[in-house]
Design a protein around this ligand. Structure first.
Ligand code: PEP
Ligand code: MN
Length: 353
């Protein structure tokens, strides 16, 4: 349930109303917009049946939210969320490209990649120290040593670090090093892990699952947010479909679709979608053109030496070319379009008034 407060509702009215709802045993979250405050009520709506919500002080409208996710929903938080990672902003018109190797291998490669991607305009460095591999015999990541390398490169370049957390047992370790914790496709529905990371207070990138729907992805985001964290970046890395042409099928149309449903930043991962270097840049360009808030892209100076995902790693010079193209883009703005779309639907074709 959502309570939309009247324009100019006083702090006292807002406090009295939220206090009353808490007394009824429900958690309340407030989203303060420029003109209006929206109050989200978490909990089973059946428990509120018969409660005089309309008559609480300062309440303008009572809306029932049909979506099962609440904190992630735009109804709950009409303004875009802007996430600040050590001064790097993403969301609400701020775009940020995260780049780096699939997995951290050597310090020399990592520093070379970090400097190159930073020069090209990337604002965060990615690099896996714990790798989810299909085969238990494949390289599993450098673990603690990899995290140390990331920290050293952060000291040298100032780039915030994005790194994957795979298991609850590594939470403390990864927490010490990461600026943004990445949860990968295979863990999108590891609900125990999602609940824990929501309590840590560090920004999270949550990728979609191997074959998840938009709603399942948003429910997983909700799991993280239910722990108290607001800073969740949604990453689209494509899904497995009947199409086998690319590694995964990336539907960039999900970007504007999700922007309608959620206030959180949405980024695309063209690397794990394409699976082949040749197609990574075109997918990245398409995702940014349609209005994604950023991208996460794998880059390696020697793809054939990379310990994972070498086939899809861009060379630093290809990444620089892509960034130059992206910087000249005029991305589609779905939110502005939606405002005009409403007006256009109400006017007759050819009506010039
Ligand atoms: C990765 O980012 O390297 C990774 C393993 O991605 P995904 O979880 O999307 O497969
Ligand atoms: Mn990878």
């Amino acid at each position: 349930m959502i309570l939309v407060m009247k324009n100019g509702a006083t702090t006292e009215e807002i406090e009295t109303t939220s206090k009353r709802i808490r007394e009824w045993g429900h958690e309340v979250t407030l989203a303060k917009g420029e003109f209006q405050t929206v109050m989200g009520i978490i909990g089973d709506k059946q428990d509120l049946a018969g409660k005089p919500l309309h008559t609480l002080p300062g309440v303008d409208k009572v809306l029932e939210v049909s979506a099962p996710y609440k904190k992630a929903s735009r109804a709950f938080h009409p303004d875009d969320t802007v996430i600040d990672v050590n001064g790097v902003k993403i969301g609400g018109g701020y775009r940020s490209v995260i780049a780096g190797p699939c997995s951290v291998d050597s310090y020399d490669n990592l520093i070379l990649i970090a400097k190159a991607v930073k020069n090209a305009g990337a604002t965060m460095l990615r690099g896996g120290a714990f790798k989810p591999r299909t085969s238990p015999y494949s390289f599993q990541g450098k673990g603690h040593e990899g995290l140390e390398m990331l920290a050293e490169v952060r000291r040298e370049t100032g780039l915030p670090i994005v790194t994957e957390l795979m298991s609850e047992k590594d939470i403390d370790l990864v927490y010490q090093y990461a600026d943004v914790i990445q949860i990968g496709a295979r863990n999108m529905q590891n609900f125990a892990l999602l609940k824990e990371i929501g309590k840590l207070g560090k920004p999270v990138i949550l990728k979609n699952g191997i074959a998840s729907t938009v709603q399942e992805h948003l429910m997983s985001v909700e799991y993280v947010m239910s722990g108290g964290l607001n800073d969740v970046i949604i990453a689209l890395r494509g899904t497995r479909s009947y199409e086998t042409a690319m590694r995964n099928s990336l539907d960039v149309g999900i970007v504007p679709y999700m922007q309608k449903l959620t206030h959180l930043p949405i980024i695309i991962d063209p690397s794990h979608s394409a699976g082949k270097r040749e197609f990574v840049s075109s997918l990245a360009y398409a995702g940014m053109a349609i209005g994604a808030d950023g991208a996460i892209i794998e880059v390696h100076p020697c793809p054939s030496c990379a310990l994972s995902d070498g086939d899809q790693a861009l060379l630093p010079e290809d990444f620089a070319y892509l960034m130059d193209k992206i910087s000249k883009l005029q991305p589609w703005n779905q939110r502005d379009w939606s405002k005009n779309f409403g007006k256009m639907q109400n006017s007759k074709f050819g009506d010039t008034k």
